[in-house]
Design a protein around this ligand. Structure first.
Ligand SMILES: O=P(O)(O)OC[C@H]1O[C@](O)(CO)[C@@H](O)[C@@H]1O
Length: 433
């Protein structure tokens, strides 16, 4: 990926970061890079994620999915990092695959029932993904899906792949039924695991090019250096951090390709769960170009000066001409294509924010293919690791999510948790219809 931070400079935007401030910050980037390099060399928890392009074995992944390579539909059951990386890849590349990739993360009964009732399970494969193997949503959805297979008389053990940790309920299930299984790599938090089996099993079943994904990531890894002026990922991470320090506490991620909508959701978990600690962190907003020009742009351009807008320009896309309109005032459309219109709208929106002095950064891809996607995923992971070093937070843990999990288990009778007691003590001020 390439990054253009020009519209984040203080000469353009407020809040903005001066070139001099970036040069001073670059000293911290150099120190942070040394820390990151040590963490990678020592395969330390979290930093190990940045070694995945060398660690992940695509041959092993393809061998594991061989029994279900014929699947017409792949149901991936996982949540958070155990689903979003895989979904980012298969949603971005869906046009290149004959396999329908569906992700069951939420536990909405109406949604799950609708998904299960309208498909032939004989041609459906199950990809269960959970590092811990104890995540309530994943286990609940797996049990519901397994029951649906049994009710349909389809042997789920012939159609199931498991990706999990070394131990836990899912590992036990896999061993008990001798299921094809892969290991969630040690030292890689879920939100950083897209370039491991966690993110690549679904891509393999959909017959995407795993080597190209990893090659793109490896090429991005090669750019990691001691200066933000030589490394797009660090330029992005440092600029987002610097803008947050100057009041831009929100980061709207706006990819200009429908196929990258899920990528914005993946980025939101990566950025929020990694940096949201010790009362620090920048709030990611999932958005989509051009759609949000008719939704959130008003706020981005004329609301509080508390946002960075990150554009992802996809580069070359498959195009389609706009037919002549026969209407004089719309004739300009008939001489264009949809890609021309999308590109013009992106450039106009980017310039609109700059004209209003609103900081924005452009991330540029050379198309939406496996290589570019691998580079984008790796680049944003490296940007996040760098930002975590600059914030001086624990980038790779997520203790704040545990309270609600305990409360949930307590409410369902899964143990005595004071968190569940607190639920009953809700302060109420009800206004009822
Ligand atoms: O892979 P697991 O253990 O099911 O966890 C799923 C997700 O839940 C979280 O642990 C948050 O609860 C995420 O960090 C993780 O990606």
């Amino acid at each position: 990926m390439n990054v253009d931070i020009g519209n984040a400079l203080a000469s353009v935007a407020s809040p903005g970061v001066s070139r001099e401030s970036l040069e001073r910050l670059d000293d911290q980037v150099g120190d942070a890079h040394e820390r990151i390099e040590r963490g990678m060399a020592d395969a330390e928890h979290g930093y190990e994620a940045l070694n995945l392009p060398q660690r992940t074995d695509p041959t092993e992944i393809r061998a594991a999915v061989e029994p279900v390579a014929d699947a017409e539909t792949l149901l991936t059951i996982g949540i958070g990092g155990s689903a979003l990386g895989a979904a980012t890849i298969t949603d971005a590349l869906a046009a290149e695959s004959d396999t329908e990739a569906i992700y069951l993360d939420n536990v909405d009964p109406a949604w799950i029932s609708q998904l299960l009732e309208n498909r032939s399970l004989e041609n459906t494969a199950i990809n269960v993904v959970s590092r811990s193997g104890t995540t309530a949503e994943t286990l609940a959805n797996f049990l519901v899906v397994r029951d649906a297979f049994e009710s349909a008389g389809v042997d789920w053990t012939d159609r199931t792949i498991v990706t999990t940790g070394e131990s836990g309920p899912l590992r036990n299930l896999s061993d008990r039924h001798d299921l094809p299984s892969l290991q969630v790599p040690d030292g890689v938090p879920g939100r950083f695991s897209a370039l491991s089996a966690v993110g690549l099993v679904a891509a393999a079943v959909c017959e995407h090019d795993l080597e190209a994904l990893l090659d793109g990531a490896a090429a991005e890894a090669e750019t990691l250096s001691g200066s933000l002026f030589e490394c797009p990922a660090y330029a992005y991470g440092a600029t987002a951090y610097a803008l947050d320090q100057r009041g831009a506490g929100i980061n709207a991620m706006v990819p200009y390709a429908e196929s990258l909508e899920t990528y914005a959701e993946w980025f939101a978990q990566l950025w929020a769960e990694s940096l949201g600690k010790d009362d620090l962190g920048q709030t990611p907003v999932r958005a989509l170009g051009v759609t949000d020009q008719h939704s959130q742009l008003q706020l981005y351009r004329a609301g509080p000066r508390d946002k960075l807008v990150t554009f992802v320009s996809p580069g070359e896309l498959a195009d389609r001409p706009i037919p002549d309109t026969g209407v004089d005032e719309l004739a300009y459309l008939g001489d264009s294509t949809l890609a021309d219109l999308l590109e013009a709208e992106f450039e106009a929106t980017e310039a609109s924010l700059a004209a209003a002095g609103r900081p924005n950064v452009r991330v540029e891809l050379e198309g939406v293919d496996e290589y570019e996607l691998g580079g984008l995923l790796y680049g944003m992971e490296a940007a996040c690791v760098l930002a975590g070093e600059l914030y001086a937070v624990n980038t790779f843990e997520q203790p704040a999510v545990e309270w609600a999990k305990k409360a949930t288990r307590g409410l369902l009778g899964g143990g005595d948790f004071e968190e569940a007691d607190a639920v009953a003590e809700k302060t109420e001020l009800r206004i009822e219809r």
